[in-house]
Design a protein around this ligand. Sequence first.
Ligand SMILES: Cc1cc2nc3c(=O)[nH]c(=O)nc-3n(C[C@H](O)[C@H](O)[C@H](O)COP(=O)(O)OP(=O)(O)OC[C@H]3O[C@@H](n4cnc5c(N)ncnc54)[C@H](O)[C@@H]3O)c2cc1C
Ligand code: FES
Length: 283
Amino acid sequence: MTPALREALLDESIYLPAESRILTARPMTKLETLFRIELPEGLSLQHEPGQFVGVSVLGVGEAPISISSSPSRSNGSFELCVRKAGSVTSALHALGPGDSIGVRGPFGHGFPVHQFRGKDILFAPGGLGLAPLRSLIQEVLDQRHLFGRVVLLHGARQPSELLFMDEIEAWRQTGDIEIHLTVDRGDETWTGNVGVITTLFPKVQVHPRNTIAVTVGPPVMYRFVLMELLGKGIPEGNIWLSLERRMKCGVGKCGHCQMNHVFTCQDGPAFSYDQIKHLEEAL
Ligand SMILES: Cc1cc2nc3c(=O)[nH]c(=O)nc-3n(C[C@H](O)[C@H](O)[C@H](O)COP(=O)(O)OP(=O)(O)OC[C@H]3O[C@@H](n4cnc5c(N)ncnc54)[C@H](O)[C@@H]3O)c2cc1C
Ligand code: FES
């Protein structure tokens, strides 16, 4: 197997990024672009769904970004869906195919997909939360026979902010996944559900003890989605989410992402609800 990037970096310094190349840059919405990145020849990412990389633009800085493609679809290159938020992400948006960026990682713990086998899976991403969850969704769909029923409940503020719509339609066509979409505010093109993501939950019945729920989205969403999931009787240990914190090193050294004794960059960013519910700052 091709050597993993992380091991190669550890041979030199985990803080020194590997110079990588943008293969494609596909604008998805006004603010988000999907980049396909190629690592230096002979290296592979070997990530878990839910892990992230440190992406740097020379002379500007570095930002943590979740890996958006699954291990099963990251053959020699991988995808990042990046929202233009500030200095590093804007500099990244100004780059295109052939340009160089730095990559460190993959970092942290992703979702333990092997533990989900045999279970029904309920995905509930909100907005940009679909970017990290897409990695897990692709992984599950690529080994579809290993899982029970698969449901996606997804919401965005408005139709133009829904990400990966072409791919969502392709998933729907396969019949492998039940999909319910919503937007907070509709427009003249939208004929689907209008309302926040929690308005989708009454549309699906689950077998709570056999269901794994995975939600990724803005912090404000978690409180309400958790109420729905717990209200359906899904055990706390079966509910998974991803936490975003300010990060610098990505490897448990600088303390920027620390919540009590937990380092989000290393112990997470994927956690089960029972692992973090006692942490005051977590949600
Ligand atoms: C584990 C992890 C995974 C992430 N995955 C993705 C992803 O897949 N796609 C994506 O577009 N973004 C992702 N982010 C968010 C991304 O890292 C930030 O948007 C980015 O660091 C902003 O950097 P910047 O230099 O462009 O902005 P800056 O110039 O640093 O800041 C711009 C604004 O964003 C705020 N900000 C910066 N970092 C954060 C943060 N972590 N949380 C909340 N506010 C912040 C600043 O206070 C400021 O208001 C992820 C963050 C984490 C921690
Ligand atoms: S980002 Fe440095 S300890 Fe987590």
